[in-house]
Each structure stands twice: as C-alpha cells, then as structure tokens.
Write a protein that binds this ligand. Sequence first.
Ligand code: NDP
Length: 444
Amino acid sequence: MSYVDQVIEEVITKNPAEPEFHQAVKEVLESLRVVVEANEEQFKKDALLERLVNPERQFKFRVPWVDDNGQVHVNTGYRVQFNSAIGPYKGGLRLHPSVNLGIIKFLGFEQIFKNSLTGLPIGGGKGGSDFDPKGKSDREIMAFCQSFMTELCKYIGADTDVPAGDIGTGAREIGYMFGQYKRIRGLYEGVLTGKGLSYGGSLARTEATGYGLLYLTDEMLKCNGKDINGATVVVSGAGNVAIYAIQKAQQLGAKVVTCSDSTGWIYDKDGIDVALLKEIKEVKRARLTEYAAARPSAEYHEGKGVWTIPCDVALPCATQNELDLDDAKVLVANGCYAVAEGANMPTTLEATEYLQANNILFAPGKAANAGGVATSALEMSQNSERLSWSFEEVDGKLQNIMVNIFHNLDDAAKRYNMEGNYVAGANIAGFEKVVDAMTAQGIV
Ligand code: NDP
C-alpha cells in the first residue's frame, strides 16, 4: 500500500464518525500524491504525513449559559490548534448546530494550506460551538460568548492563537468575546480578528473574503481567455462571503442573478439588489422571503436550487457540500465555464472531479476564499504596529495577495504537469511551504 493510502486509512480508523475530516484529508493527500511519491522514503521516515494529519492540540469544553427565561443551556466548545509551523494558529470560530469535532478538524486541516498560500506567517487552527445564534436575543448571545471565552481565553493569545469569525460569528459575537478576553486576561491585544473599527478592527475585513474571491476569479478567467465583465453569475448563500462577492462581481461588470439562505433561494432576473440584501441580512437578520416581497423582479423558492439557473460562473458561498454531482451536471449542461469556492469545501469530491473532467475552471476554497484570513493577518499586523491602514491600502494588498495566490497555484500545477488543475496546485503550493518549515524545525 502506498504511503498516502496508508495515512488515509489510519485517519479513517483513528477518527471514526468524522466524515468531513476524512473527506478533507483524502482530497488534500490524493492531490499531493505526486509530491509525496517523489519524496516517499524521507517523508515516511519522518512520519511527515502522520504529523500533518494529527492536530498539535485540541480542546473540547463545556459552555453553560442562561437564557432570558432563566433556563440554563449547555453547549460544547472546540478549538483545534492544527499546525503552527509557519506562524501562530489562525482560523475562525463557527457557531452552528451542526458543529462537531470532525467539522472543526476538517476546517482546521484545510486552514493550514490556505494560510500558507496567503504568503503570510500564520499557522492553521479552527474552533466553534454547536450553539445556534439564530433567534437568540442580544443578551443571550452575550451570555453565550462570555461563557465560551471564559474557557477559550486560557488557550489563545496574540502570539499563539488568533481566532476570527466564521458562520454564525460576526462583528457582534467577536465584540462580546473580545470584551470578555480583555476582562479576564487584562490584556488589550490583537487576540481576535474581525473586530469593530473602534477597537482594533481593519478596514476592508468585512468585504475581504467576497472581494478576494472575485479578485482571484477575475485573474483565473483572464489567464484563460475569459472575462468576468458581462458574465452571468450564480451565487449561493446570503451571508458575509456571499454579499461581498455579489457586490464585487457587480463592480467588475458581472450580472449576479441568485442568492440563498438555509431555507430557500432567490432568482432575480434583473440582478441582485445588494443594498436590499444587506438591509435584510445584515440589519434585520431576516429571511429571504422579505427580499422577494420587496422586489417585483425576484422569485423566491423553498429549498435549494441556485445551480439550476443557467450561468457562466458559479460561486458557492454558503456551506460545505452544497454543490453535489447532480448540481455539477446541471451546471455543465447549462454552459457554466468556471466555479470558484467562496465557502469552505462547498463542492463534493465527486462534483469537483466531474467539473474538472469537463474542463470547467475550478478554484478551490482554500485559495479562492483566502482573502478573509489574509486580511485577518493584515489586521494582526496593524494591531502589532498600533496603526490603522486606509481602506484602499488594505484592499490593494488584498488584491495583490489574491493575484499572487492564483499564480502560485497555477505554477505549482504546471511544475507537476497538471496544468489547469488548481486543486492540486493549491494543495501543492500550500504544502511545500509548510513541509519546508516543519522539516527545518525538527521532530516536534
Ligand atoms: P454567514 O453565517 O455570514 O453566512 C452563511 C450563509 O450560508 C447564510 O446565508 C446561511 O443561511 C447559509 N447557510 C449556512 N448553513 C447552511 C446550510 N446548511 N444550508 C444552506 N445554507 C446554509 O457565513 P459566512 O458567509 O461567513 O461563511 C460562508 C462560508 O464561507 C463558510 O463555509 C465559511 O467557512 C466560509 N468562509 C468564510 C470566511 C469569512 O471571512 N466570513 C472566510 C473563509 C471562508 P442563513 O442566513 O439561513 O443562516
């Protein structure tokens, strides 16, 4: 059995009931096969892959909090510190009922390579809780966040582990968590990113993931003789990533005709009205039915369906495994020529393979959505300097980072004779830097 297959098998045996983690490890190691085979003896002797797939450390803890009726609830909190070879652990905190250790490990594992691809000194980590912020009052959210941070603050710090937002963790939650960290540790430091502008946040962080997705997509299209200007785009999601992806796509001249949330989706033949979408999702925190009620050109449908709308470019920006093989077949049949992942692992392995086999340009999330974490690292730099950069300065750096990421993965794919395979290119480019650092630092 090859070394790659042996490690995949061990991961499955040792971590039962963590299918998302298995999927992420398989996807990465399969595409690294050529690199591993070229160095198999050394990597095996150093147990390099075993060290890569085992987190350096993981925490699981109780999070008790009291609701507005005096009822006590207990959620589970997680923080997985996966790999610190190239910098302090960095990765978001997800608050969603689906959260379990396997999901946090899949996200933390992917984060290692994504962070490496940014070219910035940040290691890989991830955390969160199975707490559901939906329908909770501000006081209940604060009670949860304070309890969560009371435990988490023991394990994080500006030079050790710097969490950020993710699904369910926006500016409000980061604010409550930052306040509690400061109160307990007595330290005013850049321990979290995604902070508000009045207390150390970075301009352009809110927009960064969605904007970055479009900067990379734009570069990928240009390098393949296509143009985002004039393209019809379908987007899933209606959260932070989706909203700013839609906004930047429109600024670049594309027509975006869909968005979705966890209950339904919108088809707006005149193009999504971003101001209205922001008002509904960012201010009112309401459902998409309100969007359709306010826009005569829009149709609302229950369930999932954005991939059925004919498009040139598809941008999945909601959650993992939301674009499956059947969806991929519909996209190809409808003439879509590019898919770029705004969310983390939104495309199933079978769907990815089908898209690539049909010559669809495919940009994986770990490269395409790296703008968020890259700008988080820029927020860390500003906090260390105790300075704030202008929106234009941060946005300009973000644009450069995304264009460089695309060329790094394009070059890596070409070096291993896999031109156009950006999945392999992203994994190889991210892996090479981490392996170099791990090897230099000895067996730790
Ligand atoms: P948000 O919580 O702001 O938005 C998530 C969106 O996806 C919402 O519209 C939500 O619907 C929808 N959604 C969530 N779960 C499901 C589900 N199971 N089925 C269908 N729709 C669902 O999160 P973000 O926009 O921040 O994150 C989206 C994705 O991007 C995630 O995979 C995240 O890990 C990834 N990502 C985010 C980054 C960031 O900077 N924010 C950085 C890099 C990656 P509803 O409104 O009903 O909840």
